[in-house]
Design a protein around this ligand. Structure first.
Ligand SMILES: *Cc1c(COP(=O)(O)O)cnc(C)c1O
Length: 222
């Protein structure tokens, strides 16, 4: 085992010790090799996130159901069919059009897909995701889709040097989460808040995150 792979084991041990029970460590695996992903599994990681379907496919096809696979990047319409065939959760639903398309392909497979709605909590023009004030309407529409189950929200939030600056965006996303949970909509089971990355996951957990998406702190610099 080379030293880089060894470090993955130590990093994961440290991260797992630093997160409370009930918080899922999702390894953000973009640019990582099959060997790195295997090393993470050996050290107890169960869930991996990918930004691109094409990058994930060979890894998913090799590892299969020894791990769970989350789509955490923007999902293009022309990748929906293949995404629903291979992923266990889509964290980045951000339009009614995408939701309908996912539902249609899941219906073909007779597969009920857990999804999160991605929130653009920083109101950033350059970012994907639904604005916090538009999430309710989208989820009410999605509630009619039989092959999707809305299980929560995901947000990136603006990037800051000081993770404390991320706190208001995590708080705002949590508020939307609570508001929607209280509506008790059909096909909506609000359970997951996916927020926080390598530099901000502690703050995100303080603000209610129960999925943290960690890349560099787990695998090393890209
Ligand atoms: C890369 C990525 C992460 C992890 O970022 P790190 O700073 O490397 O921990 C989390 N979420 C998404 C959507 C990402 O693309």
């Amino acid at each position: 085992m080379n030293s880089q792979i060894n470090n993955i084991g130590e990093s994961i041990k440290r991260i797992l010790e630093s997160i409370p029970p009930g918080v899922l460590l999702l390894a953000a695996a973009k640019t990582r090799t099959l060997e790195e992903v295997e090393a993470a599994i050996q050290s107890g990681v169960t869930d991996f996130g990918y930004n691109y379907v094409q990058e994930a496919l060979p890894i998913i096809q090799t590892i299969g159901n020894r791990a769970k696979w989350h789509m955490i990047g923007h999902l293009q319409q022309n990748k929906v069919k293949i995404a629903v065939e291979h992923f266990d959760m889509i964290e980045t639903v951000d339009s009614w059009r995408l939701a309908q398309s996912l539902d249609r392909y899941c219906a073909n497979l007779q597969k009920k897909m857990p999804v999160l709605v991605e929130v653009n909590s920083g109101h950033e023009v350059s970012k994907t995701g639904v604005l916090p004030e538009a999430v309710d309407e989208l989820i009410m529409q999605m509630s009619s889709l039989k092959y999707l189950c809305v299980e929560g929200l995901m947000t990136m939030g603006p990037r800051f040097g000081d993770p404390e600056d991320s706190r208001p965006y995590f708080k705002a996303t949590r508020e939307v989460f609570e508001r929607i949970a209280a509506r008790n909509l059909p096909n909506v089971e609000m359970q997951f808040l996916s927020m926080g990355m390598s530099n901000s996951y502690q703050i995100a957990i303080e603000e209610g995150a129960n999925i943290v998406r960690i890349g560099t702190k787990l695998f090393g610099d890209r």
